[in-house]
Design a protein around this ligand. Structure first.
Ligand code: AP5
Length: 208
């Protein structure tokens, strides 16, 4: 059983690592950001409600986000564990999570501010869920499905600045929250994707 929370600033590489962990450990990858973006794309009532909030770089209200994650964790594929990416993001969310699940490890991917800005500025997305970076992938189409890549609306510079402010104010305190519970592991996320993945895997395998 591995119930994992990935912590880290916007652009730290949570989604990238979660996708690799999902394959290696056969655990569901639950990204609240991906769930919201899928709802926005499909024009669902939830998507309509959250679009303006996300486009401004602010947080979706806790009640909405908690209810969504609670339902998702009740699904059978989460019985053997899960990888939470982008949740919890506030102390209130973390406390709510404790009322319906216990976290085995919170892995904090620590990345320097300049790297975070560089990573977000060069990030390109595909509607199939693949993520690329312009420094390592030069094509305009997805290597997996051939669809045209695009930049996230909330990856515009002024929105990124607000997301980083929100992270400092509302999400960073979770590092101490999980340290107090004895489940925090901080790894250096400034290295490449593979090197970071080795460090994250060492934590999960109990070698860190
Ligand atoms: P969300 O989608 O969760 O965004 P985020 O936390 O800001 O994280 P990102 O997706 O920007 O970054 P990441 O750490 O996953 O980095 P990635 O792997 O893509 O949330 C979006 C919005 O939804 C929020 O602002 C909020 O409004 C709302 N929301 C979501 N959850 C919520 C919640 N719980 N409560 C309230 N509101 C919520 O990597 C970034 C780039 O770097 C990529 O191009 C990648 O290829 C590259 N890269 C990754 N790792 C490396 C590496 N090691 N070396 C070099 N390049 C790398």
């Amino acid at each position: 059983m591995a119930r994992i929370v990935l912590l880290g600033a916007p652009g730290a590489g949570k989604g990238t690592q979660a996708a690799l962990l999902k394959e290696k450990y056969n655990l569901p990858h639950i990204s609240t950001g991906d769930i919201f973006r899928a709802n926005i794309r499909e024009g669902t009532p939830l998507g309509v409600k959250v679009k303006a909030i996300i486009d401004k770089g602010e947080l979706v209200p806790d009640e909405l986000t908690v209810a969504l994650v609670k339902d998702r964790l009740a699904m059978p594929d989460c019985e053997k564990g899960y990888i939470l990416d982008g949740f919890p993001r506030t102390i209130a969310q973390a406390e709510a999570l404790e009322s319906f699940s216990s976290v085995d490890m919170a892995i904090n991917i620590a990345v320097d501010d300049e790297a975070v800005i560089r990573r977000i500025a060069g990030r390109r997305m595909c509607k199939c869920g693949e993520t690329y970076h312009t420094s390592t992938y030069g094509a305009d189409e997805c290597a997996k499905c051939g669809s045209k890549l695009y930049q996230r609306d909330d990856d515009r510079e002024e929105v990124v600045r607000e997301r980083l402010r929100v992270y400092d104010r509302q999400t960073k305190p979770l590092i101490e929250f999980y340290a107090k519970r004895g489940v925090l592991h901080t790894i250096d996320g400034n290295k490449g994707v593979e090197a970071t993945f080795r460090l994250v895997s060492e934590v999960i395998d109990g070698r860190h």
